[in-house]
Design a protein around this ligand. Structure first.
Ligand code: PEP
Ligand code: MN
Length: 264
């Protein structure tokens, strides 16, 4: 079902009037984690003002260590939904377990499956039973074929609204947090009809590389980007402040995109 061979036309996912997978570049921006009402409201305002269409932010965070901040949970979902409504943005947030799919789906417009859960097959099956758009992140050690098979689980369950996301893979290089594999963009588009989104924030782990790699993603043909942005990155509650753009950088980047591709 994910294969281009049996579905030659690009899949376009329409969410509340926004088309993902067509000619228009989709930009999802926001903090790594929802921290409080003021934070997400202010960031939503800035994402909208910059021309983004989707607000990102984690309420349930998949942290490498059990003692790290794990997200504020359902309260965060509420804050994010409210900010999205107020500022006219779609919302995307991660769901980590099958039990939480229904509740997250109630609040968010797009469900995010994180890199660590790409092969959580029970979770994939569960999101496959909904019709919610799903952004499926490539596992950090997953091949293209494994990513497409993970997408297949969701599609086979009856949910056709899947986006693939390249977010960097693990290599021998340690300068960057991950190695952003931009070859994934044309390869996934050749093999599949599903929209391809790039996450240059987790893909590099370094703020100073995000702008360049965002533009490179667009040049490679990505349908959209998911970018971390924070009003006070140095004090963000996850370690991801170092890869988060400042609001003015985010706004400038989106202006530059207008020169490369139209934004909705
Ligand atoms: C995130 O988007 O904040 C995130 C945790 O991403 P990933 O699953 O790619 O690490
Ligand atoms: Mn993050």
């Amino acid at each position: 079902l994910a294969s281009r061979d049996f579905h030659p036309d690009d899949t376009i996912i329409e969410v509340k009037g926004i088309k993902i997978g067509g000619d228009e570049l989709i930009v999802m921006g926001g903090p790594c984690a929802v921290e409080n009402k003021e934070q997400i409201d202010e960031i939503a305002r800035l994402v909208k003002a910059a021309g983004g269409q989707v607000l990102r932010g984690g309420a349930f965070k998949p942290r490498t260590g059990p003692y790290s901040f794990q997200g504020i949970g359902v309260e965060g979902l509420e804050m994010m939904a409210e900010a999205g409504r107020k500022h006219g943005l779609l919302t995307i947030t991660e769901v980590m377990t099958p039990e939480y799919v229904d509740i997250v789906a109630e609040y968010a417009d797009i469900l995010q499956i994180g890199t660590r859960n790409m092969q959580n097959f029970d979770l994939l099956r569960k999101v496959g039973t909904t019709q919610k758009p799903v952004l499926l992140k490539r596992g950090f050690s997953a091949t293209y074929d494994e990513l497409l098979n993970a997408a297949e689980y969701i599609l086979a369950g009856g949910n056709p609204n899947v986006m693939l996301c390249e977010r960097g893979i693990r290599t021998f290089e340690t300068y960057t947090r991950n190695t952003l594999d931009l070859t994934a963009v044309p390869v996934l588009q050749q093999l599949s009809h599903l929209p391809v989104i790039v996450d240059p924030s987790h893909g590099t782990g370094r703020r100073e590389l995000v702008e360049t790699m965002s533009k490179a993603s667009v040049a490679a043909g990505a349908h959209g980007l998911i970018i971390e942005m924070h009003t006070d990155p140095d004090n963000s509650m996850t370690g991801d402040g170092v890869q988060s753009l400042f609001p003015d950088q985010f706004a400038r980047l989106l202006q530059d995109f207008e020169k490369l591709a139209p934004i909705v």
